[in-house]
Design a binder for this molecule. Structure first.
Ligand SMILES: CC(C)(COP(=O)(O)OP(=O)(O)OC[C@H]1O[C@@H](n2cnc3c(N)ncnc32)[C@H](O)[C@@H]1OP(=O)(O)O)[C@@H](O)C(=O)NCCC(=O)NCCS
Length: 231
C-alpha cells in the first residue's frame, strides 16, 4: 500500500535542489509518456554498438562484404555494403526500443491508476518546481503481499547524474513499507541502471534472454533480474 505524504522528501538530506517527488496525477500522463520514451530511446546507441560488436553481426557483415567485393570488385561498394549493414542494424535497434515503448504505453502507462495505484502499488513523479516539468518517474507495481516490482524508472537527460534516481528509489522503498521485497528487470545495455541498482543494494539473481518483437533479430538481448529485501 502506498505510504508517505506527497512532499515527504522535501527537507530530507538529499533534497538538494528544486525537485520534489510526489504521487502521480492523471494530468501528468503525457509528460510521463514523453519522459519514459526519451529515456528508452536514449538507449538505442548502446544497443546498436553492443550488437555491432556481436560475433553474429561481424560474421554476417564480413560475408556480405566479401560477396560484394567478389561480385563488384569495388572497394567503394564494399564499404557501402558495410555501412548499409550497420544502417539496418541501427534501424533494428531503434525499432526494438520504439516498439517496446509503444507496448509499454499501451499496456500500463496509459492506465497508471488501474495498473499501479488502484491495486495498492504506487507511481511517483519528480517535478521541477521552477517550471512544473516532470523530470523523473518510477513505479512500484504490487505483485503480492509486500512484494513490488520497480518499473518505469526514468530521469530526464538534463538532470541525470545528480542523484534523482537515488531519491526515487529511496522514496519508493518508503512507499513499499519497511519489510518486503522489491524486484526489477533491466537489460544489458542499461549501464547506468545496472550501476544504480547494484549501488543501491539490489542483487542480480538471474539473466534471461529476451526474444520478443524486433529484439529477436539481434543475436542476444539479455535481461537482468534484480531483487532487494526491504528491512
Ligand atoms: C538509470 C537512470 C534512471 C539513472 O538516473 P540518475 O538520476 O542519473 O541516477 P543518479 O544520479 O541517482 O545515480 C545514482 C547511481 O547510479 C549509478 N549511475 C548513474 N549513472 C550511471 C552511469 N552513467 N554509469 C554507471 N553508473 C551510473 C551510480 O552508481 C550512481 O551513484 P553515484 O553517482 O553515487 O556513483 C537514468 O540514467 C535514465 O533515466 N536512463 C534511461 C532510462 C533507463 O535506463 N531507466 C532504467 C529502467 S530499468
Amino acid at each position: 500500500m502506498c505510504r508517505g505524504t506527497d512532499n515527504q522528501q522535501k527537507g530530507s538530506s538529499d533534497d538538494n535542489d528544486d525537485i520534489t517527488i510526489r504521487h502521480y496525477k492523471n494530468e501528468d500522463q503525457d509528460q510521463v509518456h514523453e519522459l519514459f520514451q526519451a529515456g528508452m530511446m536514449s538507449l538505442v546507441p548502446n544497443l546498436f554498438w553492443k550488437s555491432v560488436l556481436s560475433p553474429v553481426f561481424v560474421v554476417v557483415t564480413a560475408v556480405a562484404a566479401m560477396l560484394v567485393l567478389h561480385v563488384s570488385l569495388s572497394l567503394l561498394y564494399t564499404i557501402l555494403a558495410i555501412f548499409g549493414m550497420m544502417a539496418i542494424l541501427y534501424s533494428i535497434s531503434y525499432h526494438a526500443f520504439y516498439g517496446y515503448v509503444q507496448g509499454s504505453i499501451k499496456d500500463d502507462l496509459s492506465k497508471i491508476q488501474e495498473v499501479y495505484i488502484q491495486p495498492g502499488g504506487c507511481f511517483l513523479v519528480a517535478v521541477d518546481s521552477k517550471n512544473g516539468n516532470i523530470v523523473g518517474c518510477v513505479a512500484g507495481e504490487k505483485k503480492g503481499d509486500h512484494k513490488y516490482e520497480l518499473r518505469r524508472m526514468s530521469v530526464s537527460k538534463q538532470i541525470q547524474g545528480r542523484g534523482l534516481a537515488k531519491r526515487l528509489i529511496r522514496r519508493l522503498e518508503q512507499e513499499c513499507g519497511k519489510k518486503g521485497m522489491l524486484f526489477l528487470t533491466t537489460s544489458y545495455v542499461q549501464y547506468a541502471a545496472i550501476g544504480l541498482y547494484k549501488k543501491h543494494g539490489f542483487q542480480l539473481k538471474k539473466t534471461i534472454t529476451y526474444e520478443e518483437g524486433m529484439f529477436r533479430f539481434l543475436s542476444t538481448f539479455e535481461l537482468y533480474y534484480f531483487e532487494k529485501e526491504l528491512k
